[in-house]
Ligand binder design. Structure first.
Ligand code: FAD
Length: 583
């Protein structure tokens, strides 16, 4: 029997995801509508519980913003462009650094966040690696909880609808295919299919490179937004740029704590990285030592691990004791406790660490107003691409999601007048339902555990599409990923119940991850140079910065199509700077 939509809802604005991007968008769209005295119905649909899921809540280190008198937005901009190896879209990066100042004031003065302060009352800003100024605003080392709790309270206090534990599964266009009509979701609690018709949709599901063996993002993230955007025919840029955080906790295969991040500030404040023989090694790879950018430190660590200089669990150590255990306990309370939970003494001893997949610089191509190529569809946060280029500075992630979330809310409110609801293409809706139903249509014999698929995906992405890549490994990965996709398509659900069927959702997670992994692999194969987070051992040099181009991949009936598009140097060219004192 054909699957059917069991519930239909109409809303003006549908926001997918409740991280920094989704919640800021909801608040700003609501505020803009109130100002214009033309109320909007705004709905936030989220795979988890609003305020309790996603990665913004997990932000530890903090938020980059040029607040200090001696700092400037130009300096923040230059750090972002140079850190991103001249690949960022300069208009997006400029918007990031200038609007971060507004957003941090809004977070403090309107939303009620308390950030750490200096004795003179100014906001404390700490050092983060790869930056020329200490500009990271924070709340101890658990900044994201402060931000998300305050944002969630404000959303709860307003007439903003919530669809919690509702998973978006497909972006549905109108019959002519030239605009978005709404989104097909699954109510995870009941298993019902829900179609939400919306005049505008924001994609803010937060990317999340959870296809790698070691990864930091929250378990609800499986690149669903990017997979949906690909299926909708949208271009994704910079997909080869996957950031590995150097210091993932390594506590053994039995615990999900393995892979979770120990914050950047540990290295920023002077922490040492040691190999299995207790030797510091970073100086051999970069003169900045442990304070080099994440890509360099992760690559150095991976190389050291490949040489076999490893700890009992096969990683390396971070050591903080030389800074004084009391200071470490005071400044990194959350990290000390996290390590203690896994049997490590961060303040006075050694902690095992491994590079861990942390962030995707790549995402949906978008304009400075957060609009995508598909009318009515907007994007913000980690689902979007182009702000960070080849490398994201620590502290620019939450700035990105909050800045562009707010931009999206404002832009959507400004875009809506005169735009009506569109009806969904019935054939597209039916195809999306059938795609979800696929594992229930297979003969029961095709079932079994999905763990082997996940393990194979982890291995392929870690070994072949990870920190160090080459053409033969990437080509092998293409074959392996195609085989995994086919394996998933043949998989049968052992249980026919749709209500809270976590195996079914896991199957969908893996489908999204494999689809997006194929886009990462295609982009990595196309970039025949090494730059930022992307390192090709067969092309170790960085090409000409003047002719910088970004990868743009989109799905077509013939497969993935990849083109290189030139970067427009709209504000500054390689070799130049916006800093007067350095010019
Ligand atoms: C451990 C950790 C520490 C970090 N520390 C820092 C830091 O110190 N500084 C910094 O700048 N950045 C940091 N980051 C990065 C930062 O968290 C992200 O850049 C940013 O907050 C992402 O915001 P977002 O709104 O795009 O996504 P998220 O906050 O991840 O939100 C995504 C939302 O989408 C929902 N969702 C996912 N799939 C679906 C679906 N199919 N349907 C409906 N909803 C869906 C999720 O449930 C979630 O609510 C850190 C990340 C991690 C993982």
């Amino acid at each position: 029997m054909a699957a059917k939509v069991q519930r239909t809802l109409d809303t003006d604005v549908l926001i997918l995801g409740s991280g920094g991007a989704g919640l800021f968008a909801a608040l700003h769209a609501h505020q803009a509508a109130s100002r214009a005295a033309s109320p909007l119905s705004i709905t936030v649909a989220v795979k988890g519980l609003l305020g309790k899921c996603g990665c913004t809540r997990m932000v530890q280190g903090g938020y980059n913003v040029a607040l200090a008198k001696e700092d400037s937005v130009e300096r923040h901009f230059m750090d972002t462009i140079e850190g991103g190896k001249w690949l960022p879209d300069q208009e997006l990066a400029w918007k990031l650094v200038t609007l971060a100042v507004e957003r941090i004031h809004e977070l403090e003065n309107e939303l009620g966040c308390f950030f750490d302060r200096n004795p003179d009352g100014t906001v404390h800003q700490k050092a983060f690696a790869g930056q020329t100024f200490d500009r990271t605003v924070h709340k101890g080392d658990l900044t994201g909880i402060e931000i998300i709790n305050r944002l969630a309270e404000q959303v709860w206090a307003r007439s903003i609808q919530r669809l919690e534990e509702h998973r978006a599964v497909e972006l549905i266009k109108n019959a002519s295919g030239d605009a978005i009509a709404g989104v097909l979701l699954i109510d995870m609690r009941t298993g019902e299919y829900v179609f939400v018709r919306a005049r505008a949709v924001l994609l803010a599901t937060g990317g999340g490179p959870t296809m790698y063996k070691y990864h930091t993002p929250s378990g609800d993230k499986s690149c669903d937004g990017l997979a949906m955007a690909l299926r909708a025919g949208l271009p994704l840029r910079d997909m080869e740029m996957v950031q590995f955080h150097p210091t993932g906790l390594l506590a053994g295969a039995h615990t999900r704590m393995t892979g979770t991040v120990l914050e950047e500030g540990l290295r920023g404040s002077g922490g040492f990285l040691l190999n299995g023989k207790n030797e510091r090694f970073m100086a051999a790879y970069d003169p900045r030592g442990e304070r080099a950018t994440r890509d360099i430190v992760s690559r150095a660590m991976f190389s050291e691990m490949r040489k076999g200089n490893t700890t009992p669990h096969g990683g390396l150590y971070i050591s903080m004791a030389h800074l004084g255990p009391e200071r470490v306990r005071r400044e990194f309370k959350g990290m000390v406790e996290r390590c203690a939970d896994c049997g490590f003494d961060l303040a006075g001893g050694l902690v095992e660490v491994v590079p861990t997949a942390h962030y995707m610089m790549g995402g949906v191509e978008f304009g400075a107003d957060c609009a995508t190529e598909l009318p009515g569809l907007f994007v913000a946060g980690e689902d979007s691409g182009g702000v960070h280029g080849a490398n994201r500075l620590g502290g620019n992630g939450v700035a990105n999601s909050t800045v562009f979330g707010a931009v999206a809310g404002d832009s959507i409110a400004a875009w809506l007048p005169g735009r009506e609801h569109r009806d969904p293409d019935p054939a597209a809706l039916e195809a999306a339902l059938e795609a979800c139903e696929r594992p229930f249509r297979k003969p029961a014999g095709g079932g079994g555990s999905l763990e082997p698929v996940r393990e194979k995906l982890y291995d392929t992405m870690w070994e072949r599409v990870g920190i160090i890549r080459d053409a033969s490994g990437l080509r092998a990965a293409q074959g392996e990923l195609a085989a995994l996709d086919a394996e998933l398509d043949a998989h049968a659900m052992p249980d026919s119940s749709r209500a809270f069927n976590l195996t079914w959702h896991d199957w969908m997670n893996l489908k999204s991850l494999v689809g997006v992994s194929r886009a990462i692999t295609a982009a990595a194969l196309a970039r025949e140079e090494s730059r930022g987070a992307h390192f090709r051992s067969d092309f170790p040099q960085t090409g000409s910065l003047e002719s910088s181009a970004f990868t743009s991949v989109r799905a077509s009936p013939a497969g993935l199509e990849l083109v290189m598009k030139p970067v427009a140097f709209t504000r500054v060219r390689p070799g130049e700077t916006l800093l007067e004192d350095a010019a």
